[in-house]
Design a protein around this ligand. Structure first.
Ligand code: BYC
Length: 314
């Protein structure tokens, strides 16, 4: 019976029919999506912290307003995604609990510090750029609520990517100190950004099944290569360099070759040993604890209203 259901499910996927919350789905499909969507939501929320650090220090009012809006967009993305995950039968409280206890992951990239204003440019250009590369195909992911959330997220993120590039372009055309600051930010964010796509395909336990279920449309390495190819061209406009001596165009493959990735660093960061893991998680836990009185007040208010309504009706 279960076998037949699974076969019918796979046939729907193969025919590109979207799976919706009330449809039957294999338990492993549901669990994979809960893992990926909640990790994605946590990444958006934790991802507000490195940039939030610069809102008070943005160089002028225009830059401050733009950065503030971007960080607020990220909060919105997190909320769409938590809602999408909730349709799979997990509560928001459970997801927060998994984040705070360290059970759920969030993107490795947000465990690096933001040391200068140019980092706002590098995050927009590289981190949002990598995120879009990964998320545009997710607009066609097989689970309806996730796909629809991605359409909205991608629209805003392409704007975020451009604002980051524009910060770097302005700095690259500025004083020598500003150029150096832009180059330093690219040097620090390049390798963590290409790690963001996840482990290489032969070390990625989830890719084969997720491709079969069309949760993922491209493998980690395919997306990483597309991203490198685009950045290798865009850096020419910035007149700066990508910190990889092995980066060069390969006539035969029609792609840019790139140097070895430090996978040990990636696994260390995921295991909780990156430069800012503790700081990021502590900030989220503190926000949760500090918000307890708001949640209690809102529940008390809702309870009173319900009681009053019930009395009126009686
Ligand atoms: N960081 O088998 P794999 C943003 C984990 S935020 C941490 O390849 P999968 C933004 C992976 O979870 C948008 N963990 O897994 C916000 C798995 O864990 P388990 C961020 C990672 O799921 C603010 C294990 O390693 N984007 O745009 O098939 C400011 C093995 O990996 C990472 C998303 O979240 C990582 N980088 O593929 C600016 C995209 N990579 O099984 C910007 C949504 C892998 O041990 N997620 N792991 O629990 C995905 O597309 C996929 O989950 C991944 C990984 C491609 C990331």
């Amino acid at each position: 019976m279960e076998k037949d259901m699974e076969q019918m499910f796979q046939e729907r996927i193969d025919k590109e029919i979207r799976i919706e919350p009330k449809d039957w789905m294999p338990e492993k499909y549901r669990q994979t999506l809960i893992r990926q969507i909640s990790q994605h939501a946590h990444s958006e929320i934790i991802g507000m912290l490195p940039e939030g650090n610069w809102i008070t220090r943005a160089p002028n009012l225009r830059r401050k307003a733009i950065l503030l809006a971007k960080v607020q967009d990220e909060a919105g993305h997190g909320l769409y995604l938590y809602s999408a995950a909730e349709t799979l039968g997990i509560s928001r409280d459970e997801m927060y609990e998994q984040l705070h206890s360290g059970k759920a992951k969030y993107s490795s990239i947000f465990n690096y510090p933001t040391l200068s204003w140019a980092d706002m440019g590098a995050i927009g250009w590289l981190v949002d750029g990598a995120a879009i590369m990964n998320q545009v195909p997710l607009c066609r992911t097989s689970y309806g609520p996730y796909a629809r959330a991605m359409v909205r997220v991608c629209k805003e993120e392409s704007f975020h990517q451009r604002q980051g590039f524009e910060i770097l372009l302005t700095l690259s055309r500025g004083t020598e100190a500003q150029r150096r600051m832009a180059q330093d930010a690219i040097n620090r964010w390049w390798w963590p950004s290409i790690m963001m796509f996840g482990p290489k395909d032969d070390e990625s336990p989830n890719t084969i099944q997720s491709m079969k279920w069309k949760i993922k449309r491209f493998t980690n390495d395919e997306l990483r290569q597309k991203f490198v190819d685009i950045c290798a061209e865009q850096i020419k406009i910035l007149n700066l360099t990508i910190p990889d001596p092995d980066l060069k165009w390969n006539e035969t493959t029609g792609h840019y070759d790139f140097g070895p990735i430090n996978w040990d660093e990636f696994w260390q960061v995921i295991a909780g040993n990156g430069p800012c893991n503790k700081q990021r998680l502590d900030a989220r836990k503190k926000a949760w604890e500090d918000g307890a009185w708001v949640r209690e007040a809102a529940s008390a208010h809702a309870r009173k209203r319900a009681e009053r309504l019930a009395q009126k009706r009686a």
